[in-house]
Design a protein around this ligand. Structure first.
Ligand code: NDP
Length: 460
């Protein structure tokens, strides 16, 4: 679907002026929130022609409303560490947009968490959730708490203090948080336990729960598997598959681990993993046995990825480096935002990488995205490529409300179908002379549905 710029606008320069003027107002309303501005600009660049070509969108001020959260909750989290010292953190929940369903989005516990970071994530989440076609609004939350180096008891006390405040604002048909960086199965367990204690309710308020007590089969795997399914969809447009390809993966947490697992299953060779201290390179491939060792290292012992190079002979550790200098066919950034800069992107393309599927949220800086688009490689932005996680969370909500459970095979089949339909939506809106611009495709496919809902629900 080609979106033409109305003649009355006056061409490309005038269109750019509309984008710049809009972004100036956003920056003035939210000073210093650079990641939020970055996420908004990417969407506005894509959808401005749609807004300008439809009077009803302009009159309803859909874009202006979308960039203002419906509600922001900020609170103090006070807890005691193992030495009895009082510790204080900031807690947040950004309920960005509830047009399409209960607010839905993860919780991030990391020292880099600020309101601006959570607003960017919540904004992205509106579009991602919409692409899944499941009834979910967009939200994100978290805290500047750093779980690294904390005992299980400390993490539990923090989670209980965090939930004591958050529980007033969430519920199965209000707002359904999940995990993200620093919030995995252990933290969801502590958060849910405290929610249940305070509200005396056992319901689907959190997703990512253990399968023993209401969690969905395949939820831990879903984001990583989904990113690989999305890469497979992109490759299939060129008659190719992931089989036999060499892949680099960044991060070594939840998303990275299951990305490696699915790539191995489908016959690719993964040669890197990383954390915030450095990257390991294993040219023989991170096999299923080696991945099992990594999972034990990261999820049980909570160690650092450099230990991999000590344990597996013939592998390298690149201290302080990201994986992007290692030659590959496929790249799966799965750590954090802005982890690929312009130089990294150029290096990837120069070394032969022609497919990037983002497991992380906004891992590529705007200049890096431009490099990928200019080179016309297959580039799947996070809001499309990593939507598998929230899609299976949506299925978990659905299972909880119906008091039922789906099998692994059933969930996997649904995940495949959802990733296929997200890809189709991107292709429909992102075709440009035989090339698919998945950034524009994802943004426009989601925006139309959100904008129409905003108009239909009136001035709220
Ligand atoms: P985890 O906490 O399980 O793992 C995060 C990984 O990224 C760790 O290896 C961590 O290393 C690394 N990392 C974190 N911050 C940085 C940094 N500043 N620089 C370099 N490496 C860093 O998180 P997830 O795997 O759940 O999330 C990873 C990404 O995927 C995030 O962008 C998240 O928003 C996104 N995502 C996650 C979903 C999910 O279902 N979990 C769903 C959709 C998107 P270290 O141990 O050194 O901190």
């Amino acid at each position: 679907m080609t979106i033409s710029v109305p003649e009355s606008i006056g061409g490309q320069a005038a269109l750019q002026q509309h984008v710049d003027d809009f972004m100036m107002r956003v920056a003035a309303q939210s000073p210093g929130e650079t990641e939020f501005h970055q996420a908004v600009r990417e969407v506005v660049d894509s959808v401005m022609p749609l807004v300008l070509s439809k009077r009803v969108y302009r009159e309803a001020k859909v874009l202006e409303r979308l960039v203002v959260p419906e509600r922001v909750i900020m609170f103090r989290v006070v807890w005691t560490d193992d030495t009895g010292q009082v510790q204080i953190n900031r807690g947040y929940r950004v309920q960005m947009n509830g047009l399409l369903g209960p607010y839905k989005g993860g919780l991030r516990f990391h020292p880099s968490v600020t309101l601006g970071v959570l607003k960017f994530l919540a904004f992205e989440q509106i579009f991602k959730n919409c692409l899944t076609t499941l009834p979910m609004g967009g939200a994100k939350g978290g805290s500047d708490f750093d779980p690294k180096g904390r005992s299980d008891q400390e993490v539990m006390r923090f989670c209980q203090a965090f939930m004591s405040e958050l529980c007033r604002y969430i519920g199965p048909d209000i707002d359904v948080p999940a995990g993200d960086i620093g919030v995995g199965g252990r933290e969801i367990g502590f958060l849910f336990g405290q929610y249940r204690r305070l509200t005396q309710r056992f319901n689907g308020t959190l997703t990512g729960k253990n399968v023993n007590w209401g969690g969905s089969n395949l939820r831990p795997e879903a984001t990583g598997y989904g990113a690989v399914y999305f890469a497979s969809e992109m490759l299939s447009t060129r008659g190719e598959s992931v089989k036999g390809k060499t892949a680099t993966v960044s991060g070594s947490g939840n998303v990275a681990q299951y990305t490696v697992e699915k790539l191995n299953t489908l016959g690719a060779k993964v040669v890197t993993l990383s954390d915030s201290d450095g990257t390991i390179v294993d040219q023989d491939g991170i096999t299923a046995e080696k991945l099992a060792w990594v999972m034990e290292l990261k999820n049980v012992r909570r160690g650092r990825i450099r230990e991999y190079a000590d344990h597996f002979k013939g592998t390298k550790y690149l201290a302080g480096k990201r994986p992007w200098s290692v030659p590959c066919d496929l790249a799966f950034p799965s750590a954090t935002q802005n982890e690929i800069d312009e130089d990294d992107a150029r290096l990837l393309v120069r070394n032969g990488c022609y497919c990037v599927s983002e497991g992380a949220n906004m891992p590529s800086r705007p200049e890096a995205v431009d490099v990928f688009l200019d080179a016309k490689i297959l580039y799947g932005p996070g809001k499309a490529a990593n939507a598998g996680g929230v899609a299976v969370s949506g299925l978990e909500m659905n299972q909880n409300s119906g008091c039922m459970r789906r099998s692994r095979e059933d969930v996997d089949a649904q995940l495949c179908t959802i990733m296929h339909s997200i890809h189709e939506g991107c292709v429909k809106f992102g075709q440009e002379d035989g090339f698919v611009n998945y950034v524009r495709g994802a943004n426009c496919a989601a925006f139309v549905r959100i904008a129409d809902a905003m108009v239909q629900q009136g001035c709220i």
